[in-house]
Ligand binder design. Structure first.
Ligand code: MSP
Length: 499
């Protein structure tokens, strides 16, 4: 039976255009989705936009636009940008869609039935930047420590969710399933939060007009996080398509930035427990990108447009740089100088040069055809790569591919096919087969990360498109490249660039 794989990104606020940090999360999720498609799994990859936020209301007001019109336009923009970046999400959920609202209502009813919602009064600071309450102790001069905005103290009658009822159950779950929260440092952060700081949360807003009306007291709007998290369910049919929902829930991975770990590892699982639903198998929090050492922010004017960067360097080069530069889970810095350095060393001189060397030699010494099969193996690379992918060490998997690239370069230098052409033609043909077949493996291994490049490599080796996402076991075994297949040399994959 086919395995199923359901991966999500956070749904993004649409108060501005996407920047490189958002593209980073989506690229990473795309790599996972493609990897599982390569394995032949049945994949569902969900992304979307978080529209019931006050941030969006403020952004619309600034532009003097009706909020709905504003979020319609912005959501469409985000969608087009992700498409242009080659993101292969299977659906795109918007939290202003009726299908989402319907699912949220069903979800709230389930939570209500568990007796987990009660009326109360909220008094305290609220930060629109965080879309969260900020405890008195966390404020700095009456400002939010993250967004530096002066906070308003609000007092209103709200409905609360009994988050603290789930304290023990949450801790038990985290201890029982070590892979639930990753990486480890984040897990410790979450445990500390749940143990020492977690309180019941107010899940409605009396003063807000924009949002999903709270079922049961329609004068109150539902707190945006309480509605947004449910997208992971409504995006796969919760409340509408029971069959689809059953097929894909629980999610295999929620990919999130480290900034929103508490929402995903405390509030969300407690909400699911309350609604009687299974918890996601894994929440993985990646780190944050700065730009030339500074926090990415609109006010600093240092946001990097991922589309412009991809047009300048190519989507694959951008994907490679972002995913290779920092260990997945850690923080890092985006710099164009560094991108160009990596482009030249790893892409132009690495994979680009290797592919061109191998294909040229096949043309010159084997009449542009695959020679006779000889035994070999790529199993150690695949084993290590699969392990890294399982651990979500995306940089690690890339590093395995580049180890193979270096090994193949070394093999060519040692074997010296140009000498063999004069001294040992039989061994030359065996060497060429080994190189061509190894290049096929490089192409497949690369496919989740650099799809365009991988396609070009596989095309030049005459690997049929129809076979690329089928027969995973056969594809990764040695020797499927058939003798006599015509080789087509391609234009250089990554022409060198000047800094
Ligand atoms: N709408 C909420 C998420 C709701 S999910 C139920 C939200 N949206 S966001 O647009 O502000 O950010 C979403 C995600 O974008 C972050 O969690 C993170 O994955 C990514 N990033 C935003 N800035 C980033 C960096 N500077 N670096 C890396 N990733 C960044 O929070």
């Amino acid at each position: 039976m086919k395995s199923r794989f359901y991966v999500t990104t956070p749904i993004y606020y649409v108060n501005a255009d996407p920047h490189i940090g958002h593209a980073y999360t989506s690229f990473a999720a795309d790599v996972l989705a493609r990897y599982h498609r390569l394995r032949g799994d049945e994949v569902f990859f969900l992304t979307g936009t978080d529209e019931n936020s006050q941030k969006n209301v403020e952004a619309a007001e600034k532009r003097k636009m009706p909020v709905q019109k504003y979020v319609d336009e912005m959501s469409a923009r985000w969608r087009t940008i992700f498409d242009s970046l080659g993101i292969t999400n299977d659906d795109f959920i918007r939290t202003t869609e009726p299908r989402h609202r319907k699912g949220v209502e069903k979800f709230i009813n389930a939570v209500q039935r568990s007796g987990d919602i009660y009326p109360g009064t909220y008094q305290g600071y609220y930060c629109v930047g965080c879309e969260a309450f900020v405890g008195e102790v966390d404020t700095v001069d009456g400002k939010c420590p993250i967004h530096q905005i002066k906070l308003k103290k609000i007092k209103e009658k709200n409905y609360f969710f009994k988050l603290t009822k789930y304290r023990k159950k949450l801790l038990d779950h985290i201890n029982k399933y070590p892979e639930f929260i990753q990486p480890e440092t984040r897990k410790n952060e979450v445990i500390r939060y749940i143990t020492d700081f977690m309180e019941d949360v107010s899940i409605t807003r009396q003063s807000q007009k924009w949002g999903i009306p709270f079922p049961g007291d329609e004068k109150q709007a539902l707190y945006v996080w309480f509605d947004a998290l449910v997208n992971y369910l409504t995006g796969i049919g919760y409340g509408l398509d029971a069959k689809k929902f059953k097929k894909f829930w629980p999610a295999d991975v929620h990919l999130v930035g480290k900034d929103i770990i508490k929402f995903h590892c405390a509030l969300w699982p407690a909400m699911l427990m309350s609604a009687g639903l299974e918890l996601p198998k894994r929440v993985f929090a990646h780190g944050y990108f700065t730009v030339n050492g500074e926090k990415i922010s609109k006010s600093l004017g240092n946001t990097i447009d991922p589309l412009a960067a991809s047009q300048k360097f190519g989507i694959d080069a951008l994907r490679y740089y972002l995913l290779r530069e920092i260990p997945f889970g850690g923080d890092g810095d985006y710099s164009e100088t560094r991108l160009v350095e990596r482009y030249n060393s790893d892409l132009a001189n690495g994979i680009g040069n290797l592919a061109s060397r191998i294909l040229s030699m096949a043309e010159k010494y084997a009449d542009g055809k695959v020679p006779k099969h000889v035994p070999g193996s790529a199993a150690p690379t695949w084993q290590s790569y699969e392990l890294k992918m399982k651990e979500l060490s995306l940089d690690g998997a890339l590093s395995d591919i580049w180890d193979l690239i270096r090994t193949l370069d070394g093999f060519i230098d040692r074997e010296q096919p140009w000498v063999l052409a004069k001294t040992n033609p039989k061994h030359l043909q065996a060497t060429l087969y080994t190189l061509l077949e190894s290049l096929r493996h490089v192409g497949l291994l690369l496919w989740p990360f650099m799809p365009e490049t991988a396609e070009k490599i596989l095309d030049s080796l005459g690997v049929l498109e129809s076979s690329r996402q089928n027969n995973y076991d056969k594809n990764k075994s040695w020797g499927t490249l058939k003798a006599e297949t015509k080789i087509r040399k391609t234009a250089p994959l990554f022409p060198r660039r000047d800094i």
